[in-house]
Design a protein around this ligand. Structure first.
Ligand code: GAR
Length: 212
């Protein structure tokens, strides 16, 4: 079952990132431009000190936090993230290039409240370098997936996918760039659907509830 949106209370996002942060920036821009009404970014958290996405969030004047994960036990690191997200009253966690597996404790703390974006048409090509994997495999259609996060890598119920053809002229780099354009559209659309609350999750299936 989805959330019941409260028109008086914005849905508060907690963004987790490790790098460039272009998906985060696309969400932030769409919020600014009014394309995600009643959604706000509560905090941007990085596990990497020099992540460009973290400095971009600071430049935008958003609350940020840094918890360096390197060499720390996963459960300890994730406990810090959970308490930070709770301090900021986060409703929905958005992984935006967060390149670290979440612990079972983290998943349990936000049941069906964690989204991830992955640059392939899952279940094809989970894990690292998905675009390169797709290119090397020779697929003719590639794309991206936004899904709920469960305890397995790039695995939970799929909210939406966007597909593009692989062109004869593509290399892995150009394919990645064209997938990224789709990612920036897909993540905002998925957040919008979750914020609207008109959905159910049946097994692996995300089902949009019919509106009257
Ligand atoms: C994006 O392509 C995202 O789909 C991918 O990392 C990139 C982050 O870019 N995530 C994964 O591969 C997760 N398995 P960004 O920092 O510019 O948003």
């Amino acid at each position: 079952m989805g959330t019941t949106p409260n028109p008086n209370q914005p849905l508060r996002l907690g963004i987790l990132l490790s790098g460039r942060g272009s998906n985060f920036l696309a969400i932030a821009r769409n919020i600014r431009e009014g394309k995600l009404p009643n959604v706000e970014i509560a905090v941007v958290i990085s596990n990497v000190a020099d992540a460009p996405g973290l400095s971009a969030a600071k430049d935008l004047g958003l609350p940020t936090a840094l918890y360096v994960s390197k060499a720390r036990p996963r459960a300890d690191h994730d406990a810090d993230l959970i308490s930070c997200l709770r301090d900021y009253n986060v409703d929905l966690v958005c992984l935006a290039g967060y390149m670290r597996l979440l612990s079972p404790g983290f998943i349990a703390a936000f049941p069906n409240r964690i989204l991830n974006i992955h640059p392939s048409l899952l279940p094809a090509f989970p894990g690292l370098d998905a675009q390169q994997q797709a290119f090397d495999y020779g697929v003719k259609v590639a794309g991206c997936t936004v899904h709920f996060v469960d305890e397995h890598l790039d695995h939970g119920a799929i909210i939406l996918q966007r597909a593009i053809p692989v062109l004869e002229s593509d290399d892995a780099h150009s394919l990645s760039e064209r997938i990224l354009v789709e990612e920036h559209i897909a993540y905002t659309e998925a957040v919008s659907r979750v914020a609207g609350g008109e959905y159910e999750i049946q097994g692996r299936r995300y089902i949009k509830r019919a509106t009257a």
